[in-house]
Design a binder for this molecule. Structure first.
Ligand code: DON
Length: 308
């Protein structure tokens, strides 16, 4: 089957959305991210058949930030039974900013979903409980998924987050006060910041997430990473919760399960078809890449594909 994708198509899409640059703003609450040049734009597609297409700054690494929340949940799913995870974190969209505290107080320390900061900190706590060297294991896991042995943490970003961690620390301590925390808060936060600081490019991200395109089987390995049901569950959570309080708008405009990060990256998946990663550092008011969302919307229109 000849592919609907081509490097030319991706180049055209980037050319069309480039005029939107300047309309968003780079995340500045993490000083190390405030220094990233906003004039960068990349896209890469990995098809279920194993082809790769790319355009723009698709081979420049950036901080994947909250995209890592999908990877840490996936790793947790390989170590925990279903009820052990979902008794500690919910599966509902929060309708609030990704670092909000108020729901945690109202809902007694159980975060709405694993893709807001509170939920990902719970997942990091769970990884700390079951893994002897969680940071090293996460690195090995991501390197395996992306077939790229030199993916690493951006230590400057991790340190910058730790130095500005009041809000995430407040979230973690509030959950601990409700008894929903097992380990030392500082240790878990340090792990969480490292996961967020993973540095990858669009090509690596699109390949890394091929396991969600192919029912849990990564294009880099014949051994299933997770079960087909777990893969479906993660895609469902990405669809409903992956873009924070912009999730409804994103589903409406783009129609694919997606996960964003404040580094300006977004990963999207259409099961059995392709994964696509975009990167443009300027964010909209919900914390999602403004130009990235526009590029994904145009892509889904141009190829006539979505999950609906
Ligand atoms: O903890 C934080 O606030 C960041 N390390 C991650 C936030 C993030 O990426 C939200 N995504 N749009």
């Amino acid at each position: 089957m000849s592919s609907v994708f081509s490097n030319q198509l991706l180049n055209d899409i980037l050319d069309q959305v480039r005029p939107l640059m300047g309309k968003g703003s780079v995340a500045d609450y993490i000083p190390a991210l405030a220094n990233v040049s906003p004039h960068q734009l990349g896209i890469a597609v990995n098809t279920a058949e194993g082809e790769t297409f790319m355009a723009g700054d698709s081979q420049t690494r950036f901080s994947i930030q909250s995209i890592s929340k999908v990877l840490s949940l996936t790793l947790a799913m390989t170590r925990y039974e279903e009820n052990e995870i979902w008794s500690r974190v919910g599966k509902e969209p929060s309708g609030l900013p990704f670092n909000s505290l108020i729901q945690i107080e109202m809902e007694k320390g159980i975060p709405r979903n694993p893709f807001i900061n509170a939920g990902a900190i719970i997942i990091a706590d769970m990884l700390q409980t079951r893994l002897s060297a969680p940071r090293q294991r996460m690195l090995e896991f991501v390197r395996q998924l992306a077939c790229e042995p030199d993916i690493g943490y951006d230590i400057d970003v991790a340190r910058s987050e730790l130095e500005n961690s009041s809000r995430n620390a407040a979230i973690a301590f509030l959950m601990k006060s409700f008894g929903n925390f097992e380990n030392n808060v500082l240790t878990v936060l340090e792990n969480y910041f490292h996961y967020c600081s993973l540095s990858m490019n669009c090509v690596e991200l699109a390949r890394c997430f091929s396991y969600l395109t192919s029912q849990g089987i990564s294009s880099c390995s014949t051994v299933p990473i997770i079960t087909p049901l777990q893969s479906r569950q993660i895609n469902a959570l990405m669809m409903t919760c992956g873009m924070y309080d912009g999730s409804g708008e994103f589903a409406f405009r783009i129609g694919m399960p997606g996960k964003s990060g404040v580094g300006g990256g977004i990963i999207c998946v259409v099961p059995n078809q392709f994964s696509v990663a975009v990167w443009a550092p300027e964010l909209d008011s919900a914390g999602n890449s403004l130009v990235g969302c526009a590029a994904l919307e145009l892509l889904s229109k141009r190829i006539g594909r979505s999950v609906f």
